[in-house]
Ligand binder design. Structure first.
Ligand code: PLP
Length: 407
């Protein structure tokens, strides 16, 4: 008899986006003439940089010739892309990462979800609340959690991110082995300073723990004093893995390209206390289960680092940040408290009411869709997330409506 992995039965069905869709549908039925503006999703809306599409086309043309055709590539990614990343994303910020420590993949979602496979079943895991749901759900699937009660899984150390700590969680009181951090944060838009990040690196070193640092939104960091990479922090190479993505920085959500950095010094231990290279383990996993990102996509990603590509990506980010500034300005004028929006495309707004009530109010009074914070964890209740990923014209319209509705 075929039996299932019963840990899947523990997963909490995520009704967040289907609930949102249902409420929007009902609103549209009742208000057929009202155009709904969606500021809820975390997907980009603008076209790919021309530098990338030119490189994409050229690579497809190469593949159409006998001479230029390429079959399976290196599972870890082509050297041209790994070298461009090492130089532009790390060396330029004083972070020492070699190309062979970079693993190209088709998404930070898969990588942040798959990485937990390398570690034993009985480790203690620290996960922020609110959080990008992939970190938690993949550990639930792997059987590292106990029952779900009162909005939380037993067996997980939750790192509360609240207004009291400016949405940067404090170090855990109990020892933990694996720590998920994400800055700039989805959903709160909060950022971490180098000093704060150093306390996490020191904690990991003191406790033989490992940090999984999700930097999918690093391109939105405007303040040059803030870290874009955890490897800007001394000592991080031994205790941190970093996840990056071209999704938000270059509009690749539909094109799919990302990478994970695993420094050679990173170690984890066996039951006898002997250390093992995490780089070797991840390389083994990657080569066994993944067959590389397509050649044209890697060429399109490489073009992001050309002079033209850099300028276009900067312009893309600035476009969304202009939207974010307008959202912040509107919230300031209405007297709402919020975090994010300065170094992040997300604005996390304190509603002084239940998340869903706030959501319904914005939908029904302004025809604007946001994301209720409660969908990201218990600490998200009372908040909504507004995303800057939309056209400037739509954001202007949405903010005018919100001003009118909430004034
Ligand atoms: N990490 C965070 C924090 C995200 O918010 C997202 C997507 O929204 C991802 C990773 C996924 O990135 P990718 O498109 O590379 O899978």
């Amino acid at each position: 008899m075929i039996t299932i992995n019963e840990h899947y039965l523990k997963l909490q069905a995520s009704y967040l986006f289907s609930d949102i869709a249902k409420r929007v549908e009902t609103f549209q039925e009742n208000n057929p003439d009202k155009e709904v503006i969606k500021l809820g999703i975390g997907d980009v809306t603008r076209a790919l940089p021309k530098a990338s599409t030119d490189a994409f086309h050229a690579a497809v043309d190469e593949m159409a010739t006998e001479k230029g055709f390429r079959g399976y590539g290196p599972e870890q990614g082509y050297a041209f892309l790994r070298e461009a990343i090492a130089e532009n994303d790390f060396a330029s910020r004083g972070a020492e990462i070699s190309p062979d420590e970079i693993f190209i993949s088709d998404g930070a979602k898969c990588d942040t979800g798959n990485i937990q496979e390398l570690f034993s079943q009985d480790i203690t895991i620290a996960i922020p609340d609110p959080v990008y749901p992939v970190y938690l759900d993949t550990n639930v699937m792997a059987g590292r959690t106990e029952e779900f009660a009162d909005g939380r899984f037993k067996g997980i150390v939750y790192l509360d991110s609240t207004k009291e700590n400016q949405f940067v969680p404090a170090l855990p009181k109990e020892p933990v082995d694996l720590i998920y951090l994400c800055f700039p944060n989805n959903p709160t838009g909060s950022t971490i300073t180098k000093e704060e990040l150093k306390t996490w690196v020191d904690y990991a070193r003191d406790n033989k723990a490992l940090i999984l640092f999700d930097a999918a939104y690093e391109a939105f960091v405007q303040d040059d004093d803030l870290p874009k990479s955890i490897y800007e922090i001394e000592g991080a190479r031994e205790v941190a893995i970093e996840f990056r993505s071209f999704s938000k920085s270059a509009g690749f959500t539909g094109t799919r390209c990302a990478f994970t950095v695993v420094p050679k010094e990173c170690v984890a231990y066996d039951k006898a206390g002997n250390s093992h290279s995490v780089h070797t383990l991840w390389n083994r996993r990657h080569c066994t289960k993944f067959n590389g990102v397509s050649y044209p996509v890697q060429r399109a990603a490489e073009a992001v680092y050309s002079e033209a590509g850099k300028a276009e990506c900067k312009e893309l980010v600035e476009y969304y940040m202009k939207n974010a500034a307008l959202i912040c300005e509107t919230m300031d004028s209405l007297g709402y408290k919020y975090d994010g929006g300065k170094n992040s495309p997300y604005i996390w707004i304190e509603g002084n009411m239940d998340s869903w009530e706030f959501f319904d109010m914005l939908l029904n009074k302004a025809g604007v869709v946001c994301t209720p914070g409660a969908g990201f964890g218990k600490c998200g209740n009372g908040y909504i997330r507004i995303s800057a990923f939309n056209s400037y014209e739509n954001v202007v319209k949405a903010m005018e409506r919100i001003k009118e509705a909430l004034a």
